[in-house]
Design a protein around this ligand. Structure first.
Ligand code: B12
Length: 306
């Protein structure tokens, strides 16, 4: 169920706005929205098949309502905008307010900012990279300047991971296809936000994602790849200290290729460019430094039929 997709169509948005105020019959919706009756019935059938609305019969009438509380919360966040809110918000203007709120530990304010962004920017890559990613880099520069300490850096990371979870709950998780991806990082790599972004993006693209998280011992990472036989192995490396172990992990995964397995190995993260020759020599097929680069250039190559 992708709520973004459903509300991007104007008529469905109008119908959902009605249902957010309570159950309605088709006739009531027709009257309130001015839409034609067959049109309303078609949209309701679609919304019902997607699990966004449900119906119940009362006497001779069928009443439609929002299916469950989580859908209602998501719609409230996405559709209802405050009166004085500008209709389009530049994401770059939200970066500093979000970063400040996260450093204060004001999670409610972070949620409000994210919902505001979500209402006008339905592109997941933009929300992740241009808002959350940019805010984390800003927070990094505040840390380097001594304006915040490690506790605040950790707190902002945890808040941001939860905000990504909220955005994903709005997007919904489609039933995965047969494509399997394993994603994680080798020992001494503690950064998880970037790879979580990749994992979430692949989930929206119907990949079956096995997210291992950070700091995974090489033998168990290898075991996971051997067992789940993924099409794609994504390895994240954002820090110089993690380079040695990342190289070892790439070599271990590449060594599985003889056993009728041909996983494509993609290594990404803030420092891959400076280690490009080495990671390619270790057995990586592709390198990428951002979610956008991965989504726009790399994934289409990886999934293109031979
Ligand atoms: C938050 C943070 C932490 C948190 C991480 C918490 C968590 N749950 O992730 C904590 C506090 C644990 C931490 C620890 C450390 N960190 Co730190 N951290 C950061 C910070 C501020 C933000 C990172 C982040 O989330 N960025 C946002 C995400 C979206 O960006 P990203 O990780 O680069 O991911 C993007 C791309 O790289 C790419 N990508 C990432 N992985 C993958 C994988 C694949 C396959 C692909 C295709 C793409 C891809 O896609 C993502 C989206 O575009 C950065 C500062 C910065 N400028 O980034 C420093 C930073 C990364 N950390 C740094 C350092 C030095 C450390 C520490 C050693 C010390 C410290 N306290 O700062 C330790 C230990 C690091 C280790 N061994 O891994 C340095 C790394 C420098 C370097 N070149 O080596 C940075 C750059 C800060 C700095 N300028 O000094 N850190």
């Amino acid at each position: 169920m992708n709520i973004f997709e459903e509300i991007s169509e104007q008529s469905r948005r109008a119908i959902l706005l009605q249902l957010m105020d309570g159950s309605r019959s088709v006739n009531e919706i027709v009257e309130a929205t001015g839409l034609r009756q067959p049109n309303v019935s078609n949209h309701l059938a679609r919304l019902r098949s997607k699990g966004i609305v449900s119906s119940s019969r009362v006497g001779r009438h069928i009443y439609y309502s929002i299916s469950k509380a989580e859908v209602e919360d998501a719609l409230n966040a996405i559709i209802r905008s405050s009166e004085d809110e500008p209709s389009v918000v530049d994401l770059s203007e939200l970066v500093i307010p979000y970063a400040r709120a996260a450093c204060r530990g004001d999670e409610r304010e972070c949620s409000r900012i994210i919902d505001q962004a979500v209402r006008t920017h339905r592109c997941m890559i933009a929300l992740y990279a241009d808002l959350l990613g940019a805010a984390m880099s800003t927070i990094g520069s505040w840390y380097l300047a001594g304006a915040i300490d490690e506790a605040q850096e950790h707190m902002t990371s945890a808040i941001t991971e939860r905000q990504m979870g909220r955005i994903m709950s709005y997007l919904g998780t489609p039933t995965p296809s047969e494509n399997v991806a394993v994603i994680g990082s080798a020992p001494q790599n503690h950064h998880t936000i970037g790879m979580r972004m990749l994992a979430d993006y692949l989930t929206t693209q119907k990949w079956n994602v096995r997210f291992l998280g950070a700091d995974v011992p090489v033998p168990s990472f290898r075991r996971e790849v051997a067992d789940s036989r993924p099409d794609l192995v994504l390895i994240s490396c954002s820090h110089n200290e993690g380079v040695e172990w990342t190289g070892r992990l790439i070599r271990e995964i590449a060594s599985l290729r003889g056993n009728a397995q041909t996983p494509t190995i993609v290594v990404g993260g803030g420092i891959v460019n400076q280690e490009a020759d080495r990671f390619l020599a270790d057995g990586a097929d592709f390198l990428a430094t951002s979610l956008e680069q991965f989504a726009t250039y790399l994934l289409p190559q990886v999934t293109a039929p031979n």
